[in-house]
Design a protein around this ligand. Structure first.
Ligand code: NAD
Length: 496
């Protein structure tokens, strides 16, 4: 009984792990040599840890460690690679609470949602473990009898995986699992805002039997990311983050012509037609667009386009739902929405809404402020609904990355699709209708890489996911996701 009382909670265990922010390079923990960053708990505003970030020197060492580990990992029998990835999945699963608590302390995501994120990562590792021993080439019909022409899918060698802070464990899995399954070694650069969960996942992978150097975790900021993208021994870069950073990544990568996958932001639209089940759609749209990760998700439906005949009814439901979202301590199971990631993020989000309302770009229905009372010390922003949003204004066109839903009316399918396609992004689209033919017609017409009808898919590993236009290019998930980490070698054998 006493052991149960004294057993540390996941939050306590995670807090102890915040003390060590050293890089994981070649199986060793290496102190950072760049600037020191104070990690602040987004839910309380209190400083939790100091981390000496990694710089270009640690990147150099990590690439060298990955390079050194590559021949061994590439020669590892595919079945053994598969088993190692499965063991990593098991280790992540066994440490779900601890990893989830780290994510909660890093970004303020409610613990329940963070646990689901770790569960998702486990699934991605299991899924790609299954690909490790199924990678086949082809025999090309060049000149049967006189030529044997075949292909071998080959790993790139050292792969750079650069991930954002907003879902750190799942983002890691989306890149690291397929890259390793394909036989690459990885240098993972997590965001400086959320380095601890990646470091813990890397340590667990080592404990699960991944050879040292096959996965290196280097928690640095822009200078480390830049050095990684410029490195001549990095064969491929997989980047997830914002558009401005992506420009810097592509520019740095251009020096060595290193190929890049870009998974960027979005301003995805929900299209609600009058024949949809409006009562539940209004509720869902608000929950998906606002409460999930406090609106800090690349593919969340942050624009709500509603057919005019049901416009007022949907807004009423959405506002009521937004006002019912419970903000609070992210470790409290009753909390449905946590803070946003930082003080700066909260100021930016509130400022964007204030400016839009002041300039007549929309009508504020609820929210629009930093939460007060007990929550004032943390970075909580009220769930915000802005109706009659001007489709040409930034509020309705640019990613806000906070709990802000822009609502617009439309008349007819054609206008709905034109509005949905009216931004430079092309990440996701959501269609709400009970008309089967319309559902497929609209899904086909949307300029987006990922479309959901009457719901939202929770990033299943078997389904390819990726953006169009300013939302990036390349795929994560499914066969397409592992092919990003393979290049083709063609062998032409003369038989005469
Ligand atoms: P960010 O662009 O600020 O940072 C992303 C990563 O890039 C971090 O690890 C950061 O340290 C690193 N970085 C910064 N400067 C760099 C440089 N010069 N060279 C190389 N790396 C550098 O993005 P963020 O704020 O961490 O994440 C939010 C953004 O990510 C949003 O735009 C969101 O939509 C996007 N996102 C996209 C997806 C997707 O799958 N499409 C998923 C999650 C997040």
């Amino acid at each position: 009984m006493t052991t149960a009382v004294n057993a540390p909670t996941p939050a306590e265990r995670a807090k102890a792990l915040l003390a060590d922010g050293r890089s994981l390079i070649g199986g060793d923990r290496v102190p950072g040599t760049a600037e020191t960053r104070t990690h602040v708990d987004p839910a309380t505003g209190t400083a939790l840890a100091e981390i000496a970030l990694a710089g270009p020197g640690e990147i150099e060492a990590a690439v060298a460690a990955a390079r050194a580990a590559f021949p061994g990992w590439r020669r590892t029998a595919p079945g053994a690679r598969r088993d190692t990835l499965r063991r990593i999945a098991d280790a992540l699963e066994a440490h779900t609470d601890e990893l989830a608590a780290l994510v909660t302390l890093e970004i303020g995501q409610p613990f329940r949602a963070a646990r689901a994120g770790v569960g998702g990562a486990v699934e991605w590792f299991r899924y790609y473990a299954g690909w490790a021993d199924k990678l086949e080439g082809i025999v090309a019909p060049v000149a049967p009898g006189s030529v044997l022409d075949y292909t071998i899918p080959e790993p790139y060698g050292v792969v750079a995986a650069i991930i954002p802070w907003n879902g750190p464990v799942i983002s890691l899995a989306l890149k690291v699992a397929p890259a390793l399954a394909a036989g690459n070694c990885v240098v993972l650069k997590p965001s400086e805002l959320a380095p601890f969960s990646s470091l813990r996942a890397g340590a667990l992978a080592l404990e699960a039997g991944l050879p040292p150097g096959v996965l290196n975790v280097v928690p640095g900021a822009a200078a480390a990311g830049d050095a990684l993208c410029r490195h001549p021994q990095v064969g491929k870069i997989s980047f997830t983050g914002g558009g401005a950073t992506a420009r810097a990544v592509v520019t740095a990568a251009a020096e060595e012509h290193t190929p890049v996958v870009l998974e960027l932001g979005g301003k995805s639209a929900s299209l609600v037609f009058a024949d949809a089940d409006v009562a539940s759609v209004g509720k869902l749209a608000a929950i998906l667009g606002l409460a999930q990760n406090s609106g800090q998700g690349c593919f969340l439906p942050t624009r709500l386009l509603v057919e005019r005949s049901v416009y007022d009814a949907v807004i009423e439901r959405v506002v009521a739902t937004a006002q019912g979202i419970r903000l609070g301590d992210p470790f409290d199971p009753g909390t449905s929405m946590g803070p946003v990631v930082s003080e700066e993020a909260s100021a930016r989000i509130v400022g964007t809404v204030e400016r839009a309302v002041r300039e007549g770009a929309g009508r504020l229905c609820t929210g629009g402020r930093r939460a007060g009372g007990d929550l004032a010390r943390g970075f909580f922003v009220e769930p915000t609904v802005v109706a009659d949003a001007d489709p040409t204004a930034p509020l309705a066109r640019e990613e806000i990355f906070g709990p802000v839903l822009a609502v617009l009316p439309f008349d007819g399918e054609e206008e709905a699709v034109a509005l949905a396609n009216g931004t430079r992004y092309g990440l996701a689209g959501y269609v709400w209708t009970n008309d089967l033919r319309r559902a497929h017609r609209v899904a086909g017409a949307l300029e987006a890489g990922y479309v959901s009808v009457n719901g939202m898919a929770p990033l299943p590993p078997a389904a390819p996911f990726g953006g169009w236009n300013a939302s990036g290019h390349g795929q994560e998930g499914g066969r397409a996701g592992i092919e990003e980490f393979l290049r083709t070698k063609n062998v032409h054998v003369s038989l005469r």
